[in-house]
Design a protein around this ligand. Structure first.
Ligand code: CS2
Length: 480
């Protein structure tokens, strides 16, 4: 280790006796760190979240929990990791002075598209006990209607056809588990960290379904011996920009291609079901619970649901960042109204006062030091709306409510797409077809007809659809 210019610069920094107060470096011996976790999805969120919690765990109770970071497609972050000897920095903004921290928990880095065998070697290694995932909602190949495999998802199709040469996240998990079974190595624990409800159950179901298709015995072995705890993750991490890298350079005196910036807040709630142990993530503030569901619902609906509303309001009004939307009192009160409508759809959340939680969210969204682009959050809405907006809408209707607030968010989404005749979404073509087919009499009809996007409970709720149309008419009126 430490054979690169960046590594040397970091080593100098780490051994420096007069580090400024606002710079932290890993407080453990990186050279003694052995891999124990494979993480799939080497994006900004992972670097500011699981990697930081693991750094805290290593500082508190050092053990063989180094991270091998895998990126499925893009080789760029992997090349930067190589260049920087696995070190990167985060800049925490918004609470007093900016603070930089060098994260050293990553000990391996591989691009799966370039080195599939290398990834599989790690996945079947006895030393690897946990596989964490941040691959984004759209990567799983989840059919939102059946809750099972989407047989048209390109990675699912490829991985079913060529199970020994996986390309997608499920294919890698199943092939890794199959190799472990052949070698009589216990399964790794799969810990999903994507914003999906009951994310552990979802991934378990998809993995078992794919395994079942290739070998029912493999599926049985995974189901009997594996573990898929659900987890709720939270930290606002905007995509890095030149400014991010300039800030890191200023604080550390080193050029860091992987630098990211984030807020001070971070949260991780995890079901404590691990096959062969885990790091002491509670040292970073992780909460271990029996059942993550109430926490997930709270976060997906209050934080992510509001984010989706903010993002599309931002696009409609030409506002670039979340904080810009929050700075307009009328728009901010729409966000508050949304949160108020979500609250009755939530279960009590142990240890959390929901009124405090919503107040804290408003402050987090308004954080002037965090430049979180609305366009980033608005992307992939077809993958986000179901759990953020449609699920609470359906529940509110079932409980005898009118779900008017959720009709409003759907109208804002449709209006933002129609206004721009554009969106960044894996279902872009279908959505733009719907936008082109949106007529004055029933403007939401073409969107509600997108195959399997909206649940039947909403498609068939005539009164609710009328509300979406009425909101669309008002939004169109506002623009005239
Ligand atoms: C956001 C999330 O991009 C989005 O859809 O809502 O990435 C959000 O910032 C995180 O979930 C915060 O924990």
């Amino acid at each position: 280790m430490l054979n690169t210019a960046y590594g040397e610069a970091m080593a100098r920094l780490s051994s420096s006796t007069n580090l400024p107060d606002n710079v932290k470096t890993p407080a453990y011996d990186r050279n003694a760190l052995k891999p124990g976790i494979v993480h799939i999805g080497l994006g900004a969120f992972h670097r500011a979240h699981q990697a930081v919690f693991t750094q805290r765990a290593l500082e508190d109770a050092f053990g063989p929990w180094g991270i091998v970071a895998v990126n499925l497609r893009s080789p760029e972050p992997v090349a930067a990791m190589e260049e920087q000897d696995g070190l990167f920095s985060i800049v925490v903004r918004g609470e007093g002075d900016d603070k930089a921290e060098v994260i050293g928990a990553t000990v391996g880095w591989i691009c799966a598209a370039e080195n599939r065998a290398g990834v599989l070697d790690h996945l079947c290694g006895e030393n690897i006990r946990i596989v964490t995932l941040t691959v984004s909602e759209k990567a799983y190949g989840l059919d939102p209607v059946s809750g099972g495999l989407d047989n048209t998802h390109p990675a699912v199709v490829a991985d079913l056809a060529n199970p020994h040469e996986p390309v997608g996240v499920l294919g890698f998990l199943v092939e890794g588990l199959a190799l472990r079974r052949q070698k009589s190595v216990t399964p790794f624990t799969v810990l999903c960290c994507d914003n999906l409800p009951s994310n552990g159950h979802i991934v378990q179901r998809l993995v078992l379904e794919m395994a079942e298709r290739r070998d029912p015995e493999l599926a049985r072995w995974i189901s009997e011996n594996g573990a898929f705890p659900s987890s709720m993750v939270d930290r606002i991490v905007p995509a890095a920009t030149d400014e991010t890298r300039a800030r890191a350079r200023y604080l550390l005196g080193v050029e860091d291609a992987l630098a990211i910036e984030t807020e001070a807040f971070k949260q991780w709630v995890i079901e404590d079901r691990f096959v062969s142990g885990r790091p002491r993530w509670e040292a970073g503030g992780a909460l271990f619970v029996e059942n993550v569901e109430p926490y997930e619902k709270m976060k997906l609906r209050l934080l992510n649901g509001s984010h989706t509303l903010i993002a599309h309001l931002g696009l409609m009004h030409g506002l670039e960042y979340v904080r810009d939307v929050m700075a307009v009192p009328q728009l901010r009160s729409l966000v508050e109204r949304h949160m108020k409508a979500v609250l009755p759809t939530l279960d009590p959340v142990p240890g959390i006062d929901l009124a405090d939680y919503t107040r804290q969210l408003i402050t987090r969204f308004a954080n002037p030091a965090i430049a979180h682009r609305n366009a980033q959050i608005a992307s992939d809405s077809s993958q986000k709306l179901p759990q953020r907006i449609f699920a609470p809408a359906s529940e509110a209707l079932a409980a005898g409510g009118d779900a008017a607030e959720f009709a409003y968010v759907v109208a804002v989404w449709i209006a933002a797409v129609v206004q721009r005749m554009d969106c960044n979404d894996p279902r872009r073509e279908e959505i733009l077809d719907a936008a082109r087919g949106s007529g004055a009499a029933d403007p939401s009809a073409s969107f509600l007809a997108i195959d399997g996007l909206f649940p039947d409970t909403l498609v068939n709720a005539r009164g609710w659809r009328d509300r979406v149309n009425a909101e669309l008419a008002k939004l169109a009126g506002l623009r005239e």
